[in-house]
Design a protein around this ligand. Structure first.
Ligand code: PMP
Length: 437
C-alpha cells in the first residue's frame, strides 16, 4: 500500500510521510492498520473526530439517511435535515450571537468557509486589506493561504493576496515582545491598537481581522482571554469585523463549545468545519446579519448541501451536549497537562507544555544552545521528528506542528477516557526517553 502511494500520489502528500501506516479499521480512539496493529489516534482527523472514529450515534445517523431514502445531494435546497442541523447549531451558539446571526453553507472544507468569510467582509465593508496573525493557519486555498502567518506553505506560490498585515500573536513561550505572560499580551494588544491608529502605517480601513483563539497548526498556542477581550473592543470600536476561525477549536475541543466563550466575547463572523460534519465534509460561516450585504447568488457552490454530513453533524452535536463532552474535554485536558508536565520535569528537551482542553502542544527545544532572555530555547524540529517516530513505534499517532515543526500535538477525540489519557502519556514518556538517548 505504502509503495503504491509513494508511486501514485502527489509529491505534496503530507500526513502519510510521517505516519507510514495503511489503516484498515477504526473505532473510538483506535485505528487498526493492515498488519493488525492497534494504534492510539491522537491526531483524529486533525481534530475532526470529536466523537472518535465511527461513533455509534454517527453511524446510526448515516444509516438512517440511507435507509429512509433521504436525499444525499440537494445543492442548497431546503430539507428537514438541514433545518434540524441549523436549529441544533444555533442552539449551541451564545444566544445574543445566535439571535442576530445568519448562516452560509460553504462546501466541504474549512478553507471554503475561510474564502466565504473573506468575500463576506470585503463585500460588506467595501475594503480590501485584512489583519491576520503570525503563526495563524487558515487553509491551503489562495485566499486562505494568503492569511497564513507562516512562510513555509506560502513559499514558491507567487501572487498571493497582497493586502494582508500580519500582527504578532501572544505566544507566551516565544513572546514577540520578549516579555512573556500577562505583560507580553498586554503590550501585544497595545501594539495592535497603535498599529491600527497610526495613519502613517498606511492601513486604510481594513475589511476584517481573522484569528484563531488557540492556534492549531501554529503549535497549540492559546491566546490569553484578556488579549482577546482587548481585541474585541478594539475591532468593535473601529468597525472592523472580527472573524474567528474555529475550524479546529469548535465543538467542545477546548473545554467550551466554542473557544471564544472562554473570553466571554462573540465574533462578527465565525468559521466552522471539521467536527461540525461528524466525520464527513462540511463547513459554514455564521455571521452577524448586519454584514449581510450579499446579493442573491453572491456566494454559491455545488457541494453545500451534504445531507449525510448534516445528519452526522446533528448526531455529533447532540452527543456532545448530552454527554457534556465539553466539560469532559476540559477534565481530560487537565489530566494530560499534569502528566505531560511531569514528563517535562524528567526531560531535557521539552521547553513548554501548553494548550486548552484537548488541544495540547509539547514544544521540543535544543537545550544545548543558549536560551533567549525569557529562558526559551531554540526549536528542535529534528528531535521532535525523532519523538514522533518513537511514538509511532509504540503505536501512538501524534502530529507535529508549530512554526518550526517542533511542537508535538495531541488532538485526541473528546471521548477519550482517563485510562486512555494515562496510556497515551505513558507511551509518550517512553518515546521521549528513547529519542533523547
Ligand atoms: N482553519 C483552521 C484553524 C484549521 O486548523 C484548518 C485545517 N487544519 C483550516 C482552517 C482549513 O481547513 P481544511 O483543511 O478543511 O480546508
Amino acid at each position: 500500500y505504502l509503495a503504491n502511494q509513494a508511486r501514485w500520489e502527489s509529491n505534496a502528500r503530507s500526513y502519510p510521510r510521517r505516519i507510514p501506516i495503511a489503516i484498515r479499521k477504526a473505532s473510538g480512539i483506535h485505528v487498526t492498520d493492515v498488519e493488525g496493529n492497534l494504534h492510539y489516534d491522537c491526531l483524529a482527523g486533525a481534530g475532526t473526530l470529536a466523537l472518535g472514529h465511527n461513533h455509534p450515534a454517527v453511524i446510526e445517523a448515516i444509516k438512517e439517511t440511507l435507509d429512509e431514502n433521504y436525499p444525499l445531494h440537494t445543492l442548497d435546497l431546503t430539507t428537514p435535515i438541514k433545518d434540524e442541523f441549523v436549529e441544533e447549531l444555533f442552539s449551541s451558539l451564545p444566544p445574543h450571537f445566535a439571535s442576530r446571526a445568519k448562516i452560509q453553507f460553504c462546501g466541504p472544507s474549512g478553507a471554503d468557509a475561510v474564502e466565504a468569510a473573506l468575500k463576506l467582509v470585503k463585500t460588506s465593508t467595501g475594503n480590501r486589506s485584512l489583519f491576520s496573525f503570525h503563526g495563524g493557519y487558515h487553509g491551503m486555498t489562495h485566499g486562505a493561504l494568503s492569511l497564513t502567518g507562516n512562510k513555509g506553505p506560502k513559499e514558491n506560490v507567487p501572487g498571493l493576496m497582497g493586502d494582508v498585515h500580519f500582527l504578532p500573536y501572544p505566544y507566551s513561550y516565544r513572546c514577540p515582545f520578549g516579555l512573556g505572560g500577562e505583560l507580553g499580551s498586554e503590550v501585544g494588544s497595545r501594539y495592535i491598537q497603535r498599529t491600527l491608529d497610526d495613519p502613517e502605517n498606511g492601513i486604510v480601513s481594513p475589511a476584517g481581522m481573522i484569528l484563531e483563539v488557540v492556534q492549531g497548526e501554529g503549535g497549540a498556542v492559546p491566546a490569553p482571554d484578556a488579549w482577546l477581550r482587548d481585541l474585541r473592543t478594539l475591532t468593535h470600536d473601529r468597525g472592523i469585523p472580527l472573524i474567528i476561525d474555529e475550524v479546529q477549536t469548535g465543538f467542545g475541543r477546548t473545554g467550551k463549545w466554542f473557544a471564544f466563550e472562554h473570553a466571554g466575547i462573540v465574533p462578527d463572523v465565525l468559521i466552522l468545519s471539521k467536527a461540525i460534519g461528524g466525520s464527513l465534509p462540511l463547513s459554514v460561516v455564521v455571521y452577524d446579519q448586519a454584514l449581510d450585504d450579499w446579493s442573491p447568488g453572491a456566494h454559491s457552490g455545488t457541494f453545500r448541501g451534504n445531507q449525510m454530513a448534516m445528519a452526522a453533524g446533528i448526531a455529533t452535536m447532540r452527543t456532545i451536549r448530552s454527554e457534556r463532552l465539553d466539560n469532559h474535554a476540559a477534565l481530560m485536558g487537565q489530566r494530560f497537562m499534569d502528566q505531560l508536565s511531569n514528563i517535562q520535569s524528567h526531560s531535557f528537551s521539552i521547553g513548554d507544555v501548553r494548550g486548552r482542553g484537548l488541544m495540547i502542544g509539547v514544544e521540543i527545544v535544543d537545550t544545548s544552545r543558549p536560551a533567549d532572555l525569557l529562558g526559551s530555547y531554540p526549536a528542535h524540529p529534528d528531535l521532535a521528528h525523532s519523538i514522533q517516530r518513537e511514538c509511532m513505534k509504540r503505536h501512538l499517532i501524534v502530529e507535529l506542528g508549530g512554526r518550526h515543526g517542533s511542537v508535538v500535538r495531541f488532538l485526541p477525540p473528546l471521548i477519550i477516557t482517563p485510562e486512555q489519557v494515562d496510556e497515551v502519556c505513558a507511551r509518550f514518556a517512553e518515546a521521549v526517553e528513547a529519542a533523547e538517548k
